[in-house]
Design a binder for this molecule. Structure first.
Ligand code: PEP
Ligand code: MG
Length: 322
């Protein structure tokens, strides 16, 4: 198997009936790039920029961030790099940025909520991203968007920084896509509206599962509720993909589920456009997709959406004998 996977390193990701999807990688630092290239990643679907902040003794400067983003964008040589703006809070803390003590940090002050509140931090990051954009194909996404207003506000700030840079004579790419993570059920339910403003969606199943089942993703006592194949979650995912496509936008996934071999046939059948995963899962997933015929997956998707439990869906996929 390993030998077969190696042959796929430079192959296009295509289903048996010729449908192309992108297999992208999730990274935390520019040093992760080698692993992505070694494993044949076609793009970066999630650069968790908060690691720049966490690996630093103070807020990283605009120039420090610019260098890191430029390195990744250049390293991917024209392939898309989706950089997520800072997702601090929840379980991720910065010693130099004291956050309030909270009863429920995962339901509290985190990610875009901090960025919209502490705008100087957000604007610095956006300027670094904009300046790096001309070195390749950079896209920006906002984490933890819950409402249309939040997305519009974040995008407005982005547009302001972009105009200021251009007025100051800096060159920035003119084709930067600005999208959002889909990881809060309220956002999924209003995805048709969000799709009018966002250039793309990337489904963050790690958080979407925790918020949908109201079960802390790190709490072992409720880990039985981590049910990625539960039809409830599958219906949310389908809604995101369909809403994006109706507006001519693309939908990807950057949660762990995107590289899950049980989930991939269902996600491909639903029309997911981009699968972003840890580098070590890429070749195995490309091999699986090559063996799948999307026409034959329609009935799998219908049955999975109509099932009652997580286990029933696992059984449906097993019956395909992949
Ligand atoms: C997610 O929530 O699925 C995700 C990709 O983001 P993170 O794991 O960084 O919260
Ligand atoms: Mg998340």
């Amino acid at each position: 198997e390993q030998a077969e996977w190696k042959l796929l390193k430079n192959a296009d990701t295509q289903s048996a009936d010729g449908r192309h999807v992108d297999i992208a990688a999730n990274i935390g630092t520019p040093d992760d790039l080698d692993g992505v290239i070694d494993n044949g990643g076609e793009a970066i679907g999630l650069f968790r920029s908060e690691f720049l902040y966490m690996n630093s003794a103070e807020l990283p400067t605009e120039d420090e961030q610019f260098e890191a983003y430029k390195k990744v964008v250049e390293g991917m040589d024209g392939h898309q790099v989706v950089i997520r703006t800072m997702d601090i809070g929840g379980d991720k803390h910065l010693p130099y940025l004291p956050l309030p003590e909270e009863m429920n940090p995962f339901l509290g002050y985190r990610a875009i909520r901090i960025s919209l509140d502490r705008q100087e931090i957000f604007r610095t990051q956006l300027r670094a991203l904009l300046r790096a954009s001309k070195f390749g194909k950079l896209a920006i996404m906002f984490p933890m968007i819950a409402t249309v207003d939040e997305f519009k506000e974040a995008r407005k700030i982005y547009d302001e920084e972009r105009s200021k840079l251009i007025d100051a004579g800096q060159s920035v790419a003119d084709n930067i896509e600005v999208g959002m993570m889909m990881e809060i059920p309220a956002a999924v339910l209003i995805a048709d509206k969000l799709a009018k403003y966002a250039d793309f969606f990337s489904i963050g199943t790690n958080d979407l599962i925790q918020y949908s089942f109201a079960a802390d993703r790190g709490n072992e006592h409720v880990s039985y509720l981590y049910q990625p194949y539960n039809p409830s979650l599958l219906r949310l995912i389908k809604q995101v993909i369909d809403s994006a496509h109706k507006e001519g936008k693309w939908a990807g996934m950057c949660g762990e589920m995107a590289g899950d071999q049980i989930a991939v046939p269902i996600l491909l059948g639903m029309g997911l456009d981009e699968f972003s995963m840890s580098a070590s899962s890429i070749l195995q997933t490309r091999s699986l997709i090559k063996r799948l015929d999307t026409n034959e997956l329609n009935s799998l998707v219908d049955s999975a959406l109509d099932a009652e439990t997580n286990e029933e869906v696992i059984e449906l996929v097993h019956q395909l004998n992949l």
